[in-house]
Write a new protein. Structure first.
Length: 287
């Protein structure tokens, strides 16, 4: 099992990366992947499809995709009109700030996207689009110039983008599931996996639930997610385990059972394979 996990330098003093105005084709698009950093994608032109968490979205110019850390996602460029986009990656610690008398958080738009499981926003006004494009261009200018204080300037521009999104572009259900791209049974199965990590989730059980043959299920699942069933289910279970390690005092053995791992050694082995550390060390390091 080796799902693509984008690697970032955990020790960097400035946890931020910008992939600027990149035009994706089917040949150079990253496969399905996940990472602990947050990701914001702005689409300039072209079109394609985004798979985020358990939903398929159309992607067109002006769209913004908000991808919280530890979220499985994949992008499919249109073969005739490949999209051009900028992706901003950053660690949540970069934008944490001291309370200033209100409840605002720079991660508000991401938190709302995750809560509603709706990860696409549309910059509906030309003014909002131009502001975001201008701020991204300013980030690029600072990174190229590297003048004194350029990292502080990059952070300020990133905060301005997140402030704008948190204020004027609230996440909402937009009915953007692509029924023509993913059959109904596929979206239902992805939801079932997300909501029942401790249940039996093997190929035969899932194919039976979807009322299709295992061979057909496996072929469609791999085509649409980029991962086979075992890779996807294990990754989702590890993501859920990381949430439980952070949000509860439940012991590791119980978390392993709740997340559907057959034994504690198997849980430890898979957790370290995907995260590079043990469950206990992850809990200590994140607290």
């Amino acid at each position: 099992m080796n799902p693509y996990r984008k690697r970032f330098d955990a020790m960097t003093p400035f946890p931020f990366e910008c992939v600027y105005r990149d035009t994706k084709s089917a040949q150079n698009e990253l496969p399905d992947h996940f990472h602990e950093w947050y990701e914001l994608v702005y689409i300039y032109s072209g079109k394609g499809t985004f798979f985020v968490d358990q939903t398929f979205y159309d992607a067109v110019a002006g769209d913004i995709f908000l991808i919280p850390g530890n979220t499985i996602h994949r992008s499919f460029p249109d073969p005739d009109e490949p999209k051009t986009s900028t992706a901003l990656f950053f660690n949540a610690s970069l934008v944490h700030s001291a309370p200033l008398g209100d409840s605002f958080s720079y991660l508000r738009c991401f938190d709302q996207a995750k809560r509603q499981k709706s990860y696409r926003l549309s910059a509906e006004s030309a003014e909002a689009r131009q502001t975001i494009v201008s701020l991204i261009d300013s980030i690029r200018h600072e990174e190229l110039g590297k003048l004194t204080g350029y990292r502080q300037a990059v952070l300020l521009h990133l905060q301005q983008i997140l402030l704008l999104l948190g204020r004027t572009l609230p996440s909402k259900e937009d009915g953007s599931v692509l029924s023509t791209t993913a059959p109904g049974w596929m979206t239902a199965i992805l939801t079932y996996i997300d909501e029942h990590p401790g249940s039996p989730l093997g190929l035969s059980q899932l194919a039976k639930r979807a009322a299709v043959t295992p061979a057909h299920f496996s072929r469609v699942f791999k085509k649409l997610t980029g991962m086979n069933v075992t890779e996807y289910v294990t990754t989702k279970r590890i993501i859920r385990a990381k949430e439980l390690l952070m949000q509860s005092e439940t012991n590791v053995a119980d978390i392993a059972e709740q997340c559907g791992f057959e034994s504690l050694p198997h849980f430890h082995r898979m957790f370290k394979k995907l995260t590079g550390t043990t469950p206990s060390h992850y809990k200590k390091s994140e607290n």
